[in-house]
Design a protein around this ligand. Sequence first.
Ligand code: KIV
Ligand code: ZN
Length: 544
Amino acid sequence: MSNYVKIFDTTLRDGEQSPGATMTSAEKLDVAHQLARLGVDVIEAGFPAASPDDLEAVRKIALEVGNPASAESEAKIPVIAGLARANKSDIDKAWEAVQGAKKPRIHTFLATSPIHMKHKLKMDPEEVVQRVSEMVAYAKSLCDDVEFSPEDAGRSEPEFLYVVLGEAIKAGATTLNIPDTVGYTTPDEFYKLIEGIIKNTPGMHDGITVSVHCHDDLGLATANTLAGIRAGARQAEVTMNGIGERAGNTSLEEVVMALKTRHPVFGLETGIDTRQISRISKLVSNYTGILVQPNKAIVGSNAFAHEAGIHQDGMLKNQATYEIMRPEDVGVNQTNLVLGKHSGRAALRNRLAEMGHSLDEVELDKAFARFKDLADRKKVITDLDLEAVIADEFYRPRDVYFLDGLQVTCGTMGMPTATVRLKGPDGKVHAHASIGSGPVDATYKAIRAIVNVPNKLMEFSVHSITAGIDALGEVTVRIQGRDSRTTMDAQTEVPYPRVYGGHGADSDIIVASAKAYINALNKLIIAQTEGTEKTKNDFGVMLG
Ligand code: KIV
Ligand code: ZN
């Protein structure tokens, strides 16, 4: 059996599906580029049947990221997968979206647990077997690389799974993914499930990759994934920061670093360049507006912080006393003294290219202007600063409203007051002044008065990117709003508001706050006017 574990990243599908993780097409494309640089083997770029915009985003990723102008080797080109329910229409859309990639994959699924078959699908087990056989064969007639998932495998009868998976192999599937859709199993159970599948599925052979896909409802996703790998699975389905439906999916960084750090235990390899983990984690957090909890393994801000005196003492004597991984292995505390005030355009271009951002001349001019502005206020500019500027400048949603000017007065004398000037979609400048309980409240009230789109601020958080009083401030917000296609849940007729994340970075935190709010509002407005959002009903049932 191979000692290589393929990393299948589903940040852009299972991850993006979770509340508030909505990304724009430009953001998705950037994440896909970065995942390819990180070295993932498969990028599940989306669920093309969800909406025309989802299909288009997957198609773009397939064309651009799935066809790199230069790749070290054929093996380094990622497979681009599109998800499809087990019906012809979904499969056609997935194929339309991924076929432009050098290595396309159709990933189709159908539930196999008694509860899902009876209540959700309303299908007999025999009908499920028949449908799997027909739809895998149909997918295979379009695309050579077909993955099949028996949804809710964690609660399915193993003997029934052997039959279904055997039919999927017969029909041409080459990857069999075993999802613990509701995060129900324990590591021992999951180990046995994977072991049983490898041993008992008819037609199982070396050309078939068994894959694992675990959700984290009981906090066991990483443990279950590792148990599945120990039992012989050679593909792990993961997301960056563990984002995903409900409690999330198995996180990429945890599985990869467990395999690396405990190499003597597992004896397995991945193709991931772990030094990029921290940066990409930040990027995904910025784009989705989903913050990483400080104590999150590997990528939390405290993951390598040592507070207790006894720990600090040990660390000074020998780093290995309290650190099982070196922070630099995941890109934390890299000597990223990158650039300063006197660095030139070429140095900036080089550094950005090393970080995976190849900008054209116009974009570079913009980035350089932002960089110089920042360098005037901050002595040393790190990779994280640059990443924030790039996210802020290039990957925000198409500007509907744009911050044209902001003035705030606050302090202990008088009411905090903000005057905001926004350039609107009509090309005109709109100004409004508001008072508030603080400078951010006043600013947000003024923005709200101009934009005039109902929304509720659900979360606001401000933090500094690096240490130091001159650090760039970063703000993430999450707002709830309704777009034209998600006003009503079709089954219940109940209003179904969606959550939009926004991100802003600036050395002035009130400006960063304004940018983050405008960023989220722009996403909401684009979804309202163009219907770019997928709806709950588009998924039929919410996928796990
Ligand atoms: O969790 C799940 O079952 C899924 C499938 C669609 C693979 O995400
Ligand atoms: Zn899932």
